[in-house]
Design a protein around this ligand. Structure first.
Ligand code: CA
Length: 372
């Protein structure tokens, strides 16, 4: 495992008193999930990982939240684009919140990182499947209705601010008893943030929403910067990605913008982190993660300088009930090589099937009508 890019401020073994493990869900059936996302370059990469694991995930819907951009129609169209590239997969997309729970949008650095189109200034044509964007209900209503109709069955994978879940919680306070678990890319514990000196961008973009969700009693797996910064999209990885046909071309082109921007901001292009895919990986192949701990984490929501900061209560100062510590699991370490190998293998395995299906469709269209 490599964590050379992280400052030397490690969580001590002594503090991490309750080590735990990530385990895969029942092997017999794919885990039923809703993916809440703000696509977003790294979101698109995470969605490709999710779509290339149909044996592990059954995606009930994709819900869109502000974050990398405030234009939800644009973000939803990017989700359509991913589904189109993945073989016109039919998954409904619902638009949710365009502002944090109790303030206006303030995530403008997301647009700088991901571009005005959210996918690296590629300005691709509108995909042909925008019918997937459903107008009959909001993302918040979809989350509530789906979870209530399937108690204990649905996992929420969140790749953006926790606002859609927080609003669902406001409308349906009993939501935690219906949701199987939340697996969330966000937060950072005891290390510098990427949006402020102490906060990660998703939780900073809606600190109040994150605080509501973290204190609601969900089974919650946090995939923070501590671990996403251990998975580097280095040149070797990007080159391997580029070889993966149309999806690889798209990722490579989008990443050029992403890597370029982050490099100009002083980041090493060899250690660009793989954020959102890490949360999907925690569901589809948790065995690549080598350390996690159970600890109750609160979120600072009013601090003048510290909004969105994670406050892990290692020693029980907040006197929360033991179940709060048990229910929150924080992923801390990963086998980087195993992670990237699995990611690339999934896409490489998925693509020939995709190509095969498209060729079959073309043959069917070209075949003369049967006389039988
Ligand atoms: Ca995201």
């Amino acid at each position: 495992m490599s964590s050379s890019s992280l400052p030397e401020v490690p969580l001590s073994e002594k503090e991490a008193t309750q080590p735990t493990t990530l385990t895969a869900a029942d092997d017999a059936a794919p885990e039923r999930v809703i993916i809440d996302t703000d696509p977003g370059i790294d979101d698109t990469m995470a969605l490709f990982l999710a779509l290339s694991n149909p044996h592990r995930l059954r995606i009930e819907g994709i819900t869109i939240v502000f974050g990398n951009h405030s234009d939800l129609e644009l973000l939803a169209t990017n989700a359509c684009r991913v589904l189109h590239m993945a073989g016109d997969v039919e998954i409904p997309i619902y638009k949710g919140c365009s502002n944090p729970v109790d303030m206006d949008y303030h995530g403008h650095s997301g647009i700088e990182v991901h571009g005005q189109d959210g996918i690296g200034h590629l300005y691709l044509p509108t995909p042909p499947n925008t019918h997937l964007i459903r107008r009959d209900k909001t993302a918040v209503d979809f989350i509530i209705e789906t979870c209530k109709a399937n108690p204990g069955q649905i996992t929420l994978i969140t790749l953006g601010p926790l606002t859609n879940v927080a609003q669902a919680l406001i409308q349906c306070p009993e939501l935690p008893q219906y949701v199987k678990r939340i697996v969330s890319m966000g937060g950072v514990l005891n290390l510098p943030g990427n949006k402020s000196p102490v906060a990660e961008a998703n939780y900073h973009n809606d600190a109040k929403g994150a605080k509501l969700v973290l204190n609601a009693g969900f089974e919650f797996t946090m995939v923070p910067l501590n671990v996403t910064h251990q998975v580097h999209m280095n040149k070797e990885f990007r080159s391997a990605l580029c070889s993966l046909g149309v999806i690889g071309d798209f990722c490579e082109n989008a990443l050029k913008y992403y890597v370029g921007t982050l490099s100009r901001w002083g980041n090493d292009p060899e250690t660009i982190p793989m954020h959102d895919s890490s949360a999907v990986m925690a569901v589809v192949n948790p065995s690549v993660f080598t350390k996690a701990v159970n600890v109750y984490v609160d979120i600072e929501s009013v601090g003048e300088r510290t909004a969105g900061m994670c406050v892990p209560d290692w020693k029980g100062h907040f006197k929360r009930e033991p179940q709060y510590h048990k229910k929150t699991k924080v992923v801390l370490e990963v086998d980087q090589a195993a992670f990237k190998r699995y990611y690339l293998d999934c896409l490489a395995t998925f693509l020939p099937k995709l190509q095969h299906n498209k060729e079959e469709e073309a043959e069917e269209e070209a075949a003369p009508p049967s006389s039988a």
